[in-house]
Design a protein around this ligand. Structure first.
Ligand code: GYE
Length: 311
């Protein structure tokens, strides 16, 4: 690879010592657990980790990645805030012969291709998570023939988990239970406080809804607070399902206020560094290294069994 030559695929031929890591935010249990697992895995491998935190800002993350490129790491790990915004600095890394592994959130693969522009994507199947959440909510509401209205609290607009969880959920719902209608889809930026605010407004507008799907646990927890403040009884008159598997949400499943939590395992570090090792050895990588996830409910004992390892 010759820097500036626009080489299509960067193979590293020297041992890895310095790893750049661009984190999109550190704003809650999920991201803290992910961050910890990346740091632990880097340490276990004896790598130096150059860390940045973009605080949910695309402008900041683009700058962070450019700064990391200037520090000449042997490899760069990027967890992009949104699908499109970090494509440009990712391609800049490639031009500087620095291989990139995309972690957790994907980039828009019509603009950057795994195996050519970056080594691979390591992360969960967000679309499947969305479909699993729909299956759980359908079950909670009484099955495929149920007539009901629900609302969807979406994650950060333009982020791969928000796009794919939304698509997976909406597709599964409309095919499996066409009479359960989504009356509002509104973003709450993966945030508990925003989830509470948005739900407080939605429950006034749509007092007869029977279900809530939140793209992450934090928003569901905020929504449950708002629903109770509005006189609703989550778990009884309104069923709530969300994604992540935090300790707080798993406890709400056990207390009955949430019906189910779909896992999105944040502990990606070990898998990322295993993948990096394979890459350094010259092994062919798949375009996507999938992190498998489960569903946690109260009735079947899965939530109680999972709780000790929740984050
Ligand atoms: O669901 C959310 C966090 O990218 C899958 O980011 C991750 C999401 C996670 O803010 O809680």
């Amino acid at each position: 690879c010759v820097p500036g030559s626009n080489t299509k695929f960067v193979k590293i031929t020297h041992p890895v010592k310095k790893v750049g890591w661009s984190q999109n935010a550190l704003d809650g249990a999920w991201r803290n657990a992910e961050e910890q697992s990346v740091q632990d895995a880097a340490k276990a491998h004896g790598y130096q980790l150059l860390r940045t935190n973009a605080n949910n800002s695309d402008v900041q993350q683009v700058q962070d990645i450019e700064n990391l490129i200037n520090a000449h790491p042997d490899v760069l790990l990027i967890d992009p805030h949104t699908e499109d915004s970090e494509v440009k600095p990712l391609l800049d890394a490639r031009k500087q012969c620095i291989p990139v592994i995309v972690v957790d959130r994907d980039v828009n693969e019509s603009q950057a291709t795994p195996g050519r522009d970056f080594a691979t994507f390591v992360g969960s199947d967000f679309q499947k998570q969305g479909a699993l959440a729909a299956d759980a909510l359908i079950e909670a509401l009484g099955g495929p023939n149920t007539n009901a209205t629900i609302v969807e609290l979406t994650g950060t607009t333009g982020s791969s988990p928000a796009i794919l969880r939304g698509g997976g959920f909406d597709g599964e719902l409309s095919t499996k239970a066409p009479n359960i209608k989504i009356v509002a889809e509104q973003t709450a930026n993966f945030s508990r406080a925003t989830g509470q605010q948005v739900m407080a407004t939605l429950i006034q507008q749509f007092p007869n809804i029977k279900g809530v799907f939140a793209h992450n646990d934090e928003m569901a927890i905020g929504a449950i607070t708002a629903l109770k403040a509005a006189g609703k009884h989550p778990g009884q008159d309104i069923k709530v399902v969300s994604i992540d598997g935090t300790k707080d949400a798993t406890n709400l499943v056990l207390s009955g206020e949430e019906y189910a939590v779909v896992q999105s395992n944040p502990r990606l570090g070990a898998l990322v560094f295993q993948t990096l090792d394979k890459y350094v050895k010259g092994e062919d990588l798949p375009a996507w290294v999938v992190q498998p996830d489960k569903v946690f409910k109260k009735a079947d004992g899965t939530a109680a069994a999972y709780l000790p390892e929740a984050f």
